[in-house]
Design a protein around this ligand. Structure first.
Ligand SMILES: Cc1cc2nc3c(=O)[nH]c(=O)nc-3n(C[C@H](O)[C@H](O)[C@H](O)COP(=O)(O)OP(=O)(O)OC[C@H]3O[C@@H](n4cnc5c(N)ncnc54)[C@H](O)[C@@H]3O)c2cc1C
Length: 424
């Protein structure tokens, strides 16, 4: 490895690989340093190994998927948005396809194809990705150059660079290499790191209800979140029961809110509406119709028409109604209890999974200290950030990768342009 680079990228995740390519100029020396044995381990397992690249959503709704922090991404996205990313991947020979929910995937369904394409491109540009290069410290020397201390293949090594981009990711799925070290590097230069919590994370629920229906997936349900008898929000979509709690797209999306409510010491309840298309009155009419049309059938049989099979035993246990009871014997009060359970199936959220199972990290390097027009630090010249190391995270659906790639595209281009200006 050389001892000096014009541009060094710290971390070879999706952001680091993109920043490396975009920082390229025929006359500059760029390096991407990665502590693991292979680059982009997290990208390889993203989208269950298929990689949900981006989303076919309009610009404004896309930004909304990041909450208030979406504003920070406006410039990066206006330079490099979903279709630019798809064109970019096509140019790298990764054809893509559109699926339900506006989500794009590689046509091959292989996330590794994306990693291979980025790595190949960097190879063509003769930009080294140095693996097993664990950056341990980032400082500046008296000449104003960055000094990057690392352990490379087990041995200490230092290199210098004129410009540095930190793309070390957040804290989630630490086994992939994202262990939050970029936060300390940023703090070294006076940056604030906002409180971090796991986000897009399964939540744990009280009792053994979840375990009893473990593996059951519910589509087209509405989950509402309650605190102190007040409804906080609700969301429609798909969810799943796990051994100790619940997960699935709506739960993951709600998880940031649920985690923050728990952190504030609030009691957090949720209700699952298994029949959101029917209000209470219409559902009651449907139950009455079932009862009158099948009056000789058992209560258990009627449940088969209303619920996934694996939930029937749980409903019978909660309702305490004899499963063999004939429908004409079902009382008005029992019918009401069934209706309430279908519309307001209760669960209490008591915790959340750890970073080991969180898709992203909420929190990170404060956006106030990063210029959204260049991704350059407002505190230290020639220091840049891109990707999840920053305090920006979105919902599931391809938003987070797009954010990593767009911010890295901008950071890479700015570093390249800075290099060109200096060497005119
Ligand atoms: C299971 C899972 C599935 C996901 N699926 C999707 C999906 O389908 N669509 C989507 O949009 N998002 C998805 N995400 C989120 C997405 O993968 C991340 O937001 C994205 O990878 C962040 O990119 P990044 O480059 O900023 O950071 P990372 O991908 O975390 O990469 C950071 C890199 O920096 C390296 N590094 C860290 N510290 C050092 C150091 N000190 N020295 C050298 N190198 C270092 C790490 O080893 C790592 O390779 C998923 C996440 C997970 C965990």
């Amino acid at each position: 490895m050389d001892d000096h680079f014009d541009i060094a990228i710290l971390g070879a995740g999706p952001a680091g690989l993109m920043a490396g390519i975009e920082a390229y100029h025929p006359d500059n020396k760029v390096v991407v340093l990665e502590k693991m044995r292979k680059p982009a381990l997290k990208l390889r397992i993203s989208g269950k190994g298929r990689c949900n690249i981006t989303n076919e959503e309009s610009f404004d709704s896309f930004l909304n998927r990041f909450g208030k922090k979406g504003r920070f991404l406006k410039f990066a996205f206006s330079n490099f948005f979903n279709h630019d990313l798809l064109d970019y991947l096509h140019d790298l020979n990764v054809p893509t396809k559109l699926e339900r929910g506006g989500r794009y995937f590689p046509q091959s369904d292989r996330a590794t194809d994306i990693v291979d394409a980025f790595v190949e491109k960097l190879g063509q540009l003769k930009i080294p990705i140095v693996t097993q290069a664990h950056v341990t410290k980032l400082t500046k020397d008296s000449a104003g150059r960055f000094v990057i201390d690392m352990i490379h293949s087990g041995k200490p090594k230092s290199v210098t660079a004129d410009q540095v981009c930190i793309t070390t990711g957040g804290l989630s799925y630490p086994a992939t290499g994202s262990t939050g070290e970029g936060y300390f590097m940023a703090q070294e230069f006076g940056h604030t790191v906002t409180d971090t919590t796991p986000s897009l994370v399964p939540v744990l629920t009280a009792g053994d209800t979840a375990r009893k229906v473990q593996g059951v997936s519910l589509r087209n349900v509405t989950v509402s979140v309650w605190s102190e008898n007040k409804k906080v929000t609700e969301m429609f979509g798909e969810m799943m029961f796990m051994r100790k709690g619940i997960t699935g797209p709506i739960i993951l999306t709600l998880s940031e809110l649920l985690v923050s409510m728990l952190d504030q010491g609030k009691k957090v309840d949720i209700q699952i509406d298994l029949k959101p298309a029917l209000d209470h009155k219409k559902l009651d009419q449907r139950l009455l119709r079932e009862i009158s049309q099948r009056s000789k059938q058992s209560f258990k049989n009627m449940l088969k028409t209303l619920l996934p099979r694996k939930m029937i035993a749980l409903f019978l246990e909660i309702l305490e109604i004899d499963p063999e009871k004939e429908l004409h014997q079902v009382t008005g009060e029992e019918r009401k209890r069934l209706r309430m359970l279908l519309k307001e199936f209760p669960m209490q959220v008591i915790g959340h999974d750890s970073y080991d199972h969180a898709i992203v990290t909420s929190g990170g390097v404060s956006l106030k200290e990063i210029d959204p027009l260049s991704m350059q630090s407002r505190l230290t010249e020639n220091l840049y950030f891109a990707g999840e190391v920053m305090d920006v995270n979105g919902e599931t659906g391809g938003y987070n990768l797009t954010s990593s790639w767009s911010t890295a595209h901008l950071a890479g281009r700015t570093m390249r342009d800075t290099f060109m200006k200096r060497n005119q």
